[in-house]
Design a protein around this ligand. Structure first.
Ligand code: TRP
Length: 325
């Protein structure tokens, strides 16, 4: 593979958190050095759960700022808003026409919804979500898709749809691969379950100091007393600390866990300090970018133009292959 095309997206449904950062943003930012990177704000996807126009706009702008503050470089990667390239909805329809219902019925977001037996019926947008995501990936001829573990199934669906299209219409689509970082497969949340917005157990990247401290101090622990030895391997404090501290600092904490005599409160304070320091340069950068009112809009406008040009080429090929032009 000469220069790989890398693509990923993130949904603007609220404040981004450290699970988003290590699962998707950090890997995506690393990839911008190694290929042609396209990253987008998945606002069409956000509409499946957010029905508040003001919130969609604010979250979208927030995601762009967060991404840029964390190191996405618009000179290296194309950053755009999904809805600025509406051809993706056209490709979604075409893919829908070869997408087997059972494959979509097996996708976890829809299955989870049914399992929770809520009164609200599942929305078609939620059901069709994986097809839109496949269209995102295939529209840009992507080779590699850096995502968190939870998105693996969606990339599998994308591969199946691309292969099926290619069997029926000739080789018109690139079959992509997911890239998932083993070391950050699951980031524990404040309650010990996987960190996820839907569990309400997240630590936001750009929170107020007091608010973040309160969240970290609220991490759920067992009731082992201060004096007693504690198990570092099963502790989400240690797991999180590993993401922010040096190996030597982690070794010290593990030693103190095993030795007893230090309480969870102390460990949590140390974890908070490490998180706060880690994001300090990004916080400064974010404030700078935010004070330049037009910057984000300029980046997104240019991103939309570059992404749109690629999308139009793919669509010309697809339309002609399926018999629409
Ligand atoms: N579904 C992804 C998430 O919730 C976001 C997303 C939408 C995406 N389209 C994509 C990720 C295409 C990678 C590629 O995290």
């Amino acid at each position: 593979m000469a220069t790989p095309r890398i693509l990923s997206g993130i949904k603007p449904t609220g404040q981004l958190h450290i699970g988003n950062y290590f699962g998707m943003m950090r890997p995506a930012i690393d990839w911008q050095e190694r290929g042609e990177a396209y990253y987008f704000i998945a606002d069409y996807h956000a509409l499946t759960s957010v029905h508040d126009p003001q919130a969609i706009r604010e979250y979208s702008r927030g995601v762009a700022l967060d991404f840029l503050a964390c190191g996405l470089d618009p000179a290296k990667a194309v950053l755009f808003r999904q809805s600025d390239v509406p051809q993706v909805t056209e490709l979604t329809w075409i893919l829908s026409c070869v997408a087997p219902m059972p494959m979509l019925e097996n996708c976890h977001a829809y299955k989870d919804h049914l399992a929770r037996k809520q009164e609200e019926p599942a929305l078609h947008g939620l059901f069709a979500y994986p097809v839109l995501m496949a269209a995102d990936i295939l529209l840009y001829d992507s080779n590699i898709v850096p995502v968190g573990r939870d998105q693996k199934q969606h990339v599998e669906v994308t591969r199946d749809l691309a292969e099926k299209m290619n069997r029926i219409f000739g080789k018109i689509l690139i079959v992509p691969e997911a890239s998932i970082r083993a070391e950050v497969e699951t980031i524990p949340g404040l309650d010990g379950r996987k960190m996820s917005k839907s569990y309400g157990n997240t630590a936001p990247l750009f929170d107020e100091e007091k608010s973040l401290k309160k969240k970290i101090m609220g991490i759920v622990t067992d009731s082992t007393p201060v004096e007693a030895p504690k198990d570092p391997a099963s502790s989400s404090i240690v797991q999180l600390y590993r993401l922010f501290a040096s190996p030597a600092e982690v070794a010290v904490m593990e030693e103190q866990f095993r030795g007893g005599g230090v309480g969870y409160g102390d460990f949590k304070k140390r974890l908070f300090g490490a998180i706060w320091d880690y994001f300090a340069p990004m916080r400064t950068r974010r404030a700078e970018l935010e004070s330049d009112g037009g910057y984000v809009n300029r980046v997104l406008r240019e991103g939309a133009e570059r992404a749109g040009a690629v999308a139009e080429k793919t669509m010309a090929r697809v339309r002609s292959a399926v018999g629409l032009r």
